[in-house]
Design a protein around this ligand. Structure first.
Ligand code: SF4
Length: 346
C-alpha cells in the first residue's frame, strides 16, 4: 500500500548527485541509445565504487540548505535485481534527508518493483523514459513496449506517491512533425511534473548508426529540429508541464560519440528563442492597421533581449522577412519585468 503523505517533499531545487549505470536493468537496447559511449568510464559498478563517487560529489562546496537527491541514470533503475535496488536505497539513506531519483523504462514499473521502494519513506522522483507516444515510432525505435505500458507506469508511479518526469525525443525513426505534436499533446494529458526533451542524434555504436549508414534513417536538419522541438516544448509548457532541459548535455563524451544529428551546446536557447520569435510573429499577425507602411518597434526587457534577437540573429532575420518592407527596431527596457515584451507601431 502506498500513501503520498508518507514522503518528505523538498521545498527547494535539489542538489542532484548523478551516478551513471550504463544500460543496467535495460530489457531492450533502444535503437538510438548507446550509454557506453556517453559514459565510457562508468562501466560495471559495485556499491563501493558508487559510494566513492557519491562521497566525491558530497565533498564539493555546496549550499548545505539545498536538499540532496542521489540520482541513478543511464539505465533502467526498476529493472535492476531486487538486491541492487535495495543497496541503492541504503546508499541514499546514508545521506541525511536525501531523496532518490532514477531513470527507468515504463515496462519496469510494476507493483512488485514499487513495493521495494515504498518502505523506504524517501522522497522519490522517477524520470520515465517515454520518448514517444506513437506506437509505430516506439516499434521502429526498438523500445520493446507500447503506449499502454507508459500510461500504466504513470498510474502506478503516481499511486505510489512518486513524482514523475518524462524524457521525450523528437525526430525518432518513423516520427513526423505532426506525430511529435500528437505525442506532446498526449503527454500533457498524462500530467508529468516536468519533462526533458531532446532531438534524436545518431550516436556511434547505436542501432541508428547502422540505419543511417544504410540510408534508412535521416536525422532532422538543425533548423527543422529547432522548429519541431520548439512547437513541442510550447505545447508542453502551455499545458502546464515545465520543460527542465532541451537537448542533451554537451560534454567531451557526447562530442566523441556523436556521429551526426542536430546538436548544439545551446540547443535550449535556440528553441526558446524560436518560441519567442513565434509569439512575436503571432502578435504581429493579430495587429490591426497597415502592416506594409508603418514602422514597428519591439520593446523588450533586458532579460529577453538576446533571446528576442535569437541565436545567430535568427529571429531578427525572421522579423525582417515578415515585416518587409516596414522598418523595425528592438528597444531594450532595463526597468521592465524579466518576461516583458510588446510589439507596436513606432
Ligand atoms: S534508452 Fe533507456 S531503456 Fe533504452 S537502452 Fe538506453 S538506457 Fe536502456
Amino acid at each position: 500500500m502506498f500513501e503520498k503523505e508518507l514522503f518528505l517533499i523538498p521545498a527547494q531545487k535539489p542538489f542532484i548527485i548523478p551516478l551513471f549505470l550504463p544500460h543496467a536493468g535495460c530489457r531492450h537496447h533502444c535503437i538510438f541509445c548507446n550509454q557506453n559511449t556517453l559514459h565510457p568510464k562508468s562501466g560495471k559498478k559495485n556499491i563501493s565504487t558508487l559510494r566513492n563517487e557519491m562521497d566525491r560529489w558530497l565533498a564539493f562546496p555546496r549550499d548545505l540548505q539545498r536538499p540532496v537527491e542521489l540520482a541513478f541514470f543511464g539505465g533502467s533503475f526498476l529493472g535492476l535485481p531486487e538486491k541492487d535496488i535495495n543497496a541503492c536505497i541504503e546508499l541514499v539513506k546514508d545521506i541525511p534527508d536525501a531523496g532518490l531519483r532514477f531513470s527507468t523504462r515504463p515496462d519496469t514499473v510494476s507493483r512488485a518493483s514499487l513495493e521495494l521502494l515504498s518502505a523506504s519513506g524517501l522522497f522519490m522522483t522517477a524520470e520515465l523514459g517515454i520518448q514517444s507516444l506513437d506506437e509505430r515510432v516506439l516499434r521502429l525505435s526498438a523500445r520493446g513496449h507500447g503506449v499502454d505500458e507508459v500510461v500504466e507506469a504513470f498510474k502506478e508511479l503516481r499511486q505510489a506517491g512518486i513524482s514523475v518526469g518524462a524524457q521525450m525525443m523528437t525526430g525518432l525513426p518513423g516520427a513526423s512533425g505532426s506525430s511529435d505534436l500528437d505525442t506532446a499533446e498526449r503527454l500533457v494529458s498524462l500530467g508529468p511534473d516536468f519533462a526533458r526533451v531532446a532531438p534524436t542524434l545518431v550516436l556511434k555504436g547505436s542501432g541508428l548508426e547502422k540505419l543511417f549508414v544504410r540510408g534508412k534513417y535521416r536525422p532532422m536538419e538543425f533548423s527543422e529540429a529547432v522548429e519541431r522541438t520548439a512547437a513541442y516544448v510550447n505545447i508542453l509548457e502551455k499545458g502546464g508541464v515545465p520543460v527542465l532541459r532541451i537537448g542533451l548535455q554537451t560534454d567531451a563524451h557526447l562530442e566523441e560519440s556523436l556521429l551526426t544529428g542536430p546538436h548544439h551546446p545551446s540547443m535550449g536557447e535556440w528553441v526558446r528563442g524560436r518560441i519567442l520569435g513565434d509569439e512575436v510573429l503571432e502578435a504581429f499577425g493579430r495587429m490591426e492597421g497597415n502592416h506594409i507602411k508603418k514602422s514597428l518597434r519591439i520593446r523588450v526587457s533586458l532579460n529577453l533581449r538576446s533571446r528576442m534577437q535569437g541565436m545567430g540573429k535568427s529571429n531578427f532575420l525572421r522579423f525582417e522577412r515578415a515585416f518587409f518592407p516596414a522598418p523595425f527596431s528592438i528597444v531594450t527596457e532595463k526597468d521592465q519585468e524579466p518576461d516583458f515584451w510588446v510589439i507596436e507601431y513606432a
